[in-house]
Design a protein around this ligand. Structure first.
Ligand code: MN
Ligand code: MN
Length: 468
């Protein structure tokens, strides 16, 4: 005989919010689709490790899906697909919708820059017969994590005549790699007394790049000379050319499955390519012409506050939408006011090894889907866009209607720390915006961790925004 449910059980089912993992609610097909989706994602982050490489990769992918370079002087009609490449470091992808632009756009904004080490303008030096590059870290890194791991060099020299030389060393089989050295424990008595923040100091992030002298003659700096000779032979550059270069040091390892069950992905730069890739793929996956004009904004400079003319503090997104508005002869402010945006960025996943930094009632859990973050900021919600309840109502209705697995979470306990995203810059333009993205473990480490189910759920969340 079937046991009757107690009244409490019935009421609980009716009144309590369910926060179930993806695997409990998804179909077998969806589980397989999530794994397949992540194979494409793993290729993307293994091949594109800097904002320039991501921008080039996204441009090529867009072109293969029929997107053409945006021409502000052209007239576009519903279904047309265009892209804007912003100074080689950010991309706007856009599909023109059938509705009047006054009804607003649908935007997913993610960033394609990630914490890393940049070369200083005068990087090359020789010390005690070893050659090094001086570096200056970009974004919030824990410096001690960058020593004693294999590193690769990516970027460009732009020579005085304007010619660009692209550099990518340490990724292909047979390539040399580079390393920042650390002390052996036997001699680390003093260093071990330092705080973790100072374990490796900023000026100790020196990249070892060579040890072989040019020749055993009487000149000084022969190891440095040998390095410059090699660079000159391969790239035609001299020491002066470092002045007009952007060279970035990133981890040399590829994206890999983590766990016996292969449920997770370990890689460099999940933050925020793990949202940029779903944003782009969701736009590519749109079936036919969308109602609203849909944008994927893959931006730069988020990790240093979105400043600079490839970051979202600058005018480039507003100007792009202004060009669209002018084309249809509608006021820009109407378009912006009625636009909806997911600021697709990662949040901290709950880490059972470090539970003390989270409020478990308001933390994001791996495999529980894309996480909505109503506000970021620090202390008393300082420096954030706190999403409107009216907008969150529309978003949760859209997600539930499209079967998106989602959760809601804060970044850690109140007063534990904090962070920010691009949401506030979009909000400042009078766009409705909320943060949504993938929970990450070891965020900003050289090797970050995400769950495949959450990556796929973020893709479905982006699709739901474009559809609604
Ligand atoms: Mn981010
Ligand atoms: Mn970040």
């Amino acid at each position: 005989m079937k046991e009757e449910k107690t009244e409490a059980a019935r009421l609980k089912e009716q009144l309590f919010r369910k926060n179930e993992p993806f695997q409990k609610t998804c179909t077998a097909e969806e589980d397989a689709a999530a794994d397949a989706f992540c194979e494409g994602y793993k290729r993307f982050i293994t091949e594109a490790k800097t904002e320039r490489e991501c921008a080039a990769w996204i441009k090529a992918a867009a072109e293969s899906h029929g997107f053409v370079p945006f021409d502000p002087a052209a007239q576009y009609s519903a279904g047309d697909k265009v892209y804007l490449l912003q100074r080689n470091k950010a991309v706007i992808l856009c599909v023109i919708g059938s509705a009047d632009l006054c009804e607003g756009t649908r935007i997913v904004a993610s960033h394609i820059d990630a914490p890393r080490l940049d070369l200083k303008p005068t990087p090359l030096y020789e010390q005690d017969e070893l050659a090094y590059f001086k570096t200056h870290y970009y974004g919030g890194i824990r410096k001690y994590q960058w020593a004693a791991i294999p590193l690769s060099l990516h970027g460009v020299f732009v020579k005085k005549d304007g010619a660009t030389v692209t550099v990518r060393i340490g990724e292909d089989a047979g390539d040399p790699q580079y390393v920042i050295t650390d002390l052996l424990p036997h001699l680390a008595k003093e260093q071990s007394q330092r705080t973790l923040a100072d374990g490796i100091k900023g000026e100790e992030l020196n990249l070892l790049i060579g040890s072989r002298p040019f020749k055993a003659d009487d000149e000084s700096e022969l190891v440095k000379l040998n390095i410059l000779k090699l660079l000159n032979e391969k790239y035609g550059v001299t020491e002066d050319d470092f002045l007009s270069a952007e060279l970035e040091i990133v981890p040399a390892f590829p994206a890999v499955d983590i766990g016996f069950d292969r449920s997770m992905i370990g890689a460099y730069g999940h933050d925020d390519r793990v949202c940029a890739y779903p944003a782009m793929e969701a736009l590519f996956a749109l079936d036919g012409t969308p109602t609203h004009t849909c944008l994927a904004v893959l931006t730069d400079k988020e990790e240093i506050g979105s400043m600079g003319n490839t970051g979202l503090e600058s005018a480039y997104l507003r100007d792009f939408i202004a060009d669209l508005a002018a084309m249809q002869g509608v006021p820009l402010r109407r378009v912006l006011h009625n636009s909806r945006c997911l600021s697709a960025d990662v949040n901290a996943g709950f880490d059972p090894t470090f539970p003390q930094v989270h409020d478990k009632h308001n933390a994001a859990f791996l495999n529980h889907g894309a996480v909505i973050t109503k506000y970021t900021g620090a202390r008393g919600k300082s420096g954030t866009s706190d999403a409107n309840a009216e907008f969150l109502s529309q978003i949760r209705a859209a997600f539930d209607a499209e079967g998106v697995c989602w959760q809601i979470g804060e970044m850690g306990k109140v007063d534990e720390g904090g962070g920010g995203t691009v949401a506030m810059f979009l909000a400042n333009m009078d766009i409705e915006v909320v943060d949504l993205g993938v929970p990450v473990l070891s965020m900003h480490a050289p090797f970050e961790l995400v769950a495949k189910a959450d990556v796929y759920s973020t893709f479905k969340a982006c699709l739901a925004l474009y559809h609604n």
